[in-house]
Write a protein that binds this ligand. Structure first.
Ligand code: CP
Length: 305
C-alpha cells in the first residue's frame, strides 16, 4: 500500500490482510525501534475517538507524535494544507494522518507528498479507518462477511462512514441495505433502501449513523423524539432484531435520537468495542504502510504478522 485513502479501491485480499494484522496486534508484544519515527496528526475538524486512538496506536508502535494544532499553526497565517503537509514531511514526519472538511483533499496532496497519507475522514467523502474498525468488530462476531446482511441506517447522505462501509462490505460479499428518511438518501450509492422496520428485522448487523448536523444546509426542524420514533432504534424495534444481531454506531452518539439511551450499552451493542478496535486497526494500517516502504516500526511485531 502507498497510502490509505479510501475503502473503494481496496481488494478483498488487502482488507482481510489488514484485519488479520489488526486482530493479531493486540496479542503481540511490541519492541520499539531505537530511533523513533515521527508521525503528524493533522485534524482540521473536531475528533475524540479517531485522533486519540491514532495517538495511542502511534505511541504503542513506539512512534513520536507531532501533535499539530490548527489553531496554533501557520494555517492561521494562510498557509495551505499542501504547504503544511510538505513542511511536516520536510522536518521528518514519516507518515501524515489527516482529517479535513473537504472531500478528496488527500487525493490532491498525493502528487507532491512522498510520505504515506492516512485519511482520518474527508468531508462527506470517506472514513476508511472507521470502516476498518467496524469490519474488525463484525469479523470478530461472525468470522465471515459473505452472506451477512448489514443495514446502514440514518443520515446516509452526509455520512463518510456509510460510504466507506458500503463499498467495503460489498467487496467482502456482505449484503448491504440502506435506510434513511427521503431527504437523507444518497442515490449515488448503488444499494437498495428499505424501511427502518424491515432493516432491523432482517439484518445481522444494524449500523446506525450519527445525524451530521454540521453538514446540513439548513437546521432540521424535526425534534429528537420524532426522529427516534420514525427512524431511530427504539426499545420496541430492538426487541424485533434477530437473536444474534448486533448494534454498531461510529459515535459520537446522539443518545435518545439515533438510538434509545438505554440501548447504547445493551448486550447487543458493540459501540465501545468498536472504539477499542480503533487502536488495533490503526496500528495495523500504520505498520503496514511503513513496512511496504521498507521501514519496520517494531521488529518482533513484523516477524509475527
Ligand atoms: N467516529 C469518529 O470518527 O469519531 P470522532 O469524530 O470522535 O473521531
Amino acid at each position: 500500500m502507498e497510502h490509505f485513502l479510501s475503502m473503494k479501491n481496496l481488494s478483498e485480499h488487502e482488507i482481510i490482510k489488514l484485519l488479520k494484522r489488526a486482530d493479531q496486534v493486540e496479542r503481540t508484544k511490541i519492541v520499539s525501534r531505537e530511533t523513533p519515527l515521527f508521525v503528524a496528526n493533522l485534524f482540521f475538524e473536531p475528533s475524540t475517538r479517531t485522533k486519540m486512538s491514532f495517538t495511542v496506536a502511534e505511541r504503542r508502535l513506539g512512534m513520536e507524535v507531532l501533535d499539530f494544532s490548527q489553531e496554533s499553526s501557520s494555517v492561521q497565517k494562510g498557509e495551505s494544507l499542501y504547504d503544511t503537509a510538505k513542511t511536516l514531511e520536510a522536518i521528518g514526519a514519516s507518515i501524515l494522518v489527516i482529517r479535513h472538511p473537504m472531500e478528496n483533499v488527500l487525493e490532491q496532496l498525493k502528487n507532491g507528498i512522498t510520505v504515506p497519507l492516512i485519511n482520518a475522514g474527508d468531508g462527506k467523502g470517506e472514513h476508511p479507518t472507521q470502516s476498518m474498525l467496524d469490519l474488525l468488530t463484525i469479523y470478530q462476531e461472525f468470522h465471515r462477511f459473505n452472506g451477512l446482511k448489514v443495514a446502514i441506517i440514518g443520515d446516509i447522505k452526509h455520512s463518510r462512514v456509510a460510504r466507506s462501509n458500503a463499498y467495503a462490505l460489498q467487496t467482502l460479499g456482505a449484503e448491504v441495505c440502506l435506510s434513511a428518511q427521503e431527504s437523507w438518501q444518497d442515490e449515488s450509492l448503488p444499494f437498495s433502501y428499505v424501511s427502518m422496520d424491515e432493516a432491523v428485522e432482517m439484518c445481522d448487523v444494524v449500523m446506525l449513523l450519527r445525524i451530521q448536523h454540521e453538514r446540513h444546509d439548513s437546521i432540521q426542524s424535526r425534534n429528537s423524539d420524532d426522529y427516534l420514533t420514525s427512524y431511530g432504534l427504539t426499545i420496541e424495534r430492538e426487541s424485533r432484531m434477530k437473536n444474534h444481531a448486533i448494534i454498531l454506531h461510529p459515535a459520537p452518539v446522539n443518545r435518545g435520537v439515533e438510538i434509545d439511551d438505554s440501548l447504547v450499552e445493551c448486550e447487543r451493542s458493540r459501540i465501545f468495542k468498536q472504539m477499542r478496535n480503533g487502536v488495533a486497526v490503526r496500528m495495523a494500517i500504520i505498520s503496514q504502510l511503513l513496512e511496504d516502504r521498507g521501514t519496520h516500526v517494531a521488529d518482533n511485531f513484523n516477524k509475527r504478522s
